[in-house]
Write a new protein. Structure first.
Length: 134
């Protein structure tokens, strides 16, 4: 799997919006499945790696400007992070030069750009609050 990675540092006009979904793999590519609008190619923070044995993306903490903790996300796992969705044209300015061809090969729609606070998300923490009885 060739990961699409952000430039380091990923500065510029990146939104700071909480987003998430399920990490899916299709044809050797990783996607975010779950946002309105369908499946998005994922752009990961610089320093993220792929472990084929565990089928997971991994990153050691303290590598970026946000000094985020380490994370490990397996295929099929729900996760959340700080980022935004972009068109391929918007995202290309934030993508590391050696990842641009990996991005170009995968474009079906948009790009989910995650740049901070990536973590697994349990169904309990992402579920809407229970409704009160009338």
């Amino acid at each position: 799997v060739d990961l699409v990675l952000l430039r380091e540092p990923a500065d510029g006009d990146l939104d700071h919006v909480s987003a998430g979904g399920v990490l899916v793999m299709d044809g050797g590519c990783l996607y975010l499945d779950g946002p309105p609008g369908g499946r998005l190619v994922i752009a990961w923070p610089h320093g993220t790696t792929w472990d084929g044995d565990s089928r997971s993306v991994n990153r050691k903490g303290g590598l970026g400007p946000h000094d985020d903790p380490s994370f490990r996300l397996g295929v099929g796992e729900r996760f959340r992070g700080i980022g935004t969705d972009m068109t391929p044209g918007q995202a290309s300015g934030f993508i590391a030069p050696d990842s641009q061809s990996a991005l170009d090969d995968r474009l079906e729609g948009g790009v989910a750009v995650f740049h901070a606070e990536i973590r697994p998300a349990s169904l309990d923490t992402d579920a809407p609050p229970p409704r009160s009885a009338p």
